[in-house]
Ligand binder design. Structure first.
Ligand code: FAD
Length: 396
């Protein structure tokens, strides 16, 4: 009877175990979990609603969703895609709903339905709670050993490891240093803070780099948040870590190109020359934000379009499209963060996620150097990699 160890009862470990139970019901599967409960993080994902995957319709390329691990995900999603994940959970008794923003949730809006479905499918595996694994070694017999116990196959699914992975110390594997991803920016600007709560479509970028992201931007009491900032924090996770989370930030409040917004303002000036600039914001720009940006451009609140002149127009265009701020630090986004870095993908056979150096040793989930922006892509990576590892083990 094959003996299999799964280390970590999180999304990837439990999904892998569920598939192993289906494919190899005769195998003895031990699941080791350091904490008191399995799937503790899944239970709180998506604010307790669990954004378990995404239709992938809102992204232009896979690199947009997976700043790290895009090539491997492209390959593995052909084996187990977002549609497969949806079918899997629906077949496991969890009806799902696809939101307008392309995110997929349980119809009940309750993450516990995902937890319960996974636990049902894992039935028959031996779950060892409160059991942190200290070491995985390649024993003299060629067998892998988990804290001295021999196994035919071992899957490491210990999640994001900000401080490295001590249990791997006995193995010769490459590790990509970890840094946090998915955080918001601290910006000390009282004018901006006065706009707290305002959400607008914008694009944000880091001057002097190619890092750029678009989407809703939320002004908070500590600075800037919202999907545009979270995406930028993910794309530039390593760069921002190297800068100590202090960097210049450029905000384009319109998302339009400079020529487009210039044309837009000229057209308002032509149509409404006698109206006050402050009363006629460009389409889509909220009045509160417009008056803040006018102030920042040094334009009088009572000025009329006819009086604005070329200099005034240029100043407005510059503030609208290249408004500059200083990032003074990072703040967690509702505790929803992931780690970039981890087990280097070069250690693994990309078709099976098996270690090239240690046959029988597999990795899945966030412990790998794969991470994504928000929207269900991180859990999809956990399901997909867990699935691939399970199928490769079943075929051993
Ligand atoms: C608050 C929050 C909300 C999130 N919401 C979403 C969302 O809605 N959608 C989305 O796609 N992503 C979301 N994410 C990200 C997503 O939850 C993770 O990417 C995903 O859970 C990773 O799965 P995993 O199995 O690799 O790791 P985890 O789910 O972190 O599981 C790893 C498990 O391994 C255990 N472990 C660690 N070391 C050991 C050891 N030595 N021995 C035994 N056990 C060990 C841990 O206790 C843990 O239970 C969220 C993250 C957070 C923090």
């Amino acid at each position: 009877m094959p003996r299999i160890a799964v280390i970590g009862a999180g999304a990837a470990g439990c999904f892998c175990t569920a598939e192993l139970r289906r494919l190899r019901p005769e195998a003895a599967v031990d699941v080791y979990e350091a904490g008191p409960k399995p799937l503790a993080k899944v239970a709180i994902t998506g604010g307790g609603r669990c954004n378990l995957t995404n239709s992938f319709q809102g992204i232009r390329s896979l690199a947009e969703a997976y700043p790290r691990g895009e090539r491997l995900m492209k390959r593995l999603l052909k084996v187990f895609s977002q549609e497969d994940a949806c079918r899997w959970f629906e077949a496991a008794g969890v009806p799902l709903v696809l939101q307008e923003d392309h995110c997929v949730f349980p119809r009940s809006q309750d993450a516990m339905d995902i937890v319960r479905a996974l636990l049902r499918k894992m039935d028959g595996a031996h779950l060892h709670l409160h059991t942190p694994v200290r070491s995985v070694m390649s024993g003299l017999s060629g067998h892998l050993e988990v804290d001295g116990i021999p196994y035919d196959a071992v899957v490491v699914t210990t999640g994001g490891a900000p401080k490295g992975l001590p249990l791997m110390e006995g193995l010769d594997l490459e590790w990509v240093p970890t840094v946090p991803s998915l955080f918001t920016f601290t910006i000390q600007d009282p004018g901006l803070r006065a706009l707290m709560g305002l959400v607008t479509e914008a694009s944000v970028s880091l001057p002097g780099t190619a890092f750029k992201a678009e989407g809703p931007l939320l002004i908070t009491d500590w600075g800037l948040s919202g999907p545009a900032v979270l995406k930028l924090s993910s794309y530039a996770a390593r760069h921002l870590a190297e800068c100590g989370y202090k960097a210049p930030l450029c905000v384009n409040w319109t998302g339009l190109r400079e020529e487009e917004i210039r044309e837009n303002l000229r057209s308002i000036a032509k149509t409404h020359p006698q109206k006050q600039v402050s009363n006629t914001p460009p389409e889509g720009l909220q009045a509160r934000l417009w008056s803040y940006l006018m102030g920042k451009s040094g334009i009088r609140a009572d000025i009329r379009w006819a009086e604005l002149g070329l200099k005034g127009l240029n100043r407005l265009v510059a503030t609208l499209t290249q408004d500059s701020y200083s990032i003074a630090g990072k703040t967690r986004f509702r505790e929803e963060f992931v780690t970039a870095g981890g087990v280097a993908l070069s250690n693994l056979d990309p078709a099976t996620l098996q270690c090239r150096k240690y046959p029988g040793l597999f990795f899945a989930g966030e412990v790998l150097d794969i991470d994504a922006i928000t929207g269900g892509f991180n859990l999809q990576a956990a399901w997909t990699t867990g699935y691939v590892a399970a199928h490769a083990i079943a075929a051993l």
